[in-house]
Design a protein around this ligand. Structure first.
Ligand code: HEC
Length: 114
């Protein structure tokens, strides 16, 4: 009787563990190569709106995107390119919306520099 109980609890524990185990693997996959940052708002906006061309590390270069780790633009120039776009890069101002969001992305892009 006691043993049967124990087996049941063990089984339940294993099921619970395998579920949470999978969730952890998925979380890791998504954020695997994201740089560590305090600026999580900027990172989130960047991964959603910029990484498909620039890559999580800024170096992907898809669709002719600039290597952001090698960029030398200052804050004003970054804000302008990000807000209005330049050549093949679409203006992201309308998507980012608030000035605060644009500033967070500008700060995050600078964190990608070496
Ligand atoms: C559709 C692809 C695409 C997306 C999405 C995109 N970019 Fe770009 N980005 C480019 C291309 C292409 C260039 C090069 C533009 C040129 O040749 O003038 C560029 C250039 C830049 C530059 C200029 C770098 C330099 O030193 O000259 C910055 C900064 C930049 N992007 C930041 C961002 C940020 C931040 C986002 C997200 C809010 C973003 N980009 C989203 C394609 C993209």
């Amino acid at each position: 009787m006691v043993l049967k109980h124990f087996v049941w609890i063990l089984g339940a524990a294993l099921v619970l563990q395998s579920c949470s185990g999978e969730a952890t693997v998925e979380d890791n996959d998504a954020s695997e190569d994201l740089p560590k940052t305090e600026n999580t708002a900027g990172q989130e906006l960047y991964t959603e709106n910029c990484a498909q061309c620039h890559g999580n590390d800024g170096q992907l270069g898809a669709s002719g995107a600039s290597d952001l780790s090698a960029s030398t633009l200052d804050d004003a120039e970054l804000t302008k390119v990000i807000t209005e776009g330049r050549n093949a890069m679409p203006g992201m101002g309308p998507i980012l919306g608030k000035k605060k969001s644009i500033n967070a992305v500008v700060d995050y892009v600078k964190e990608l520099r070496k």
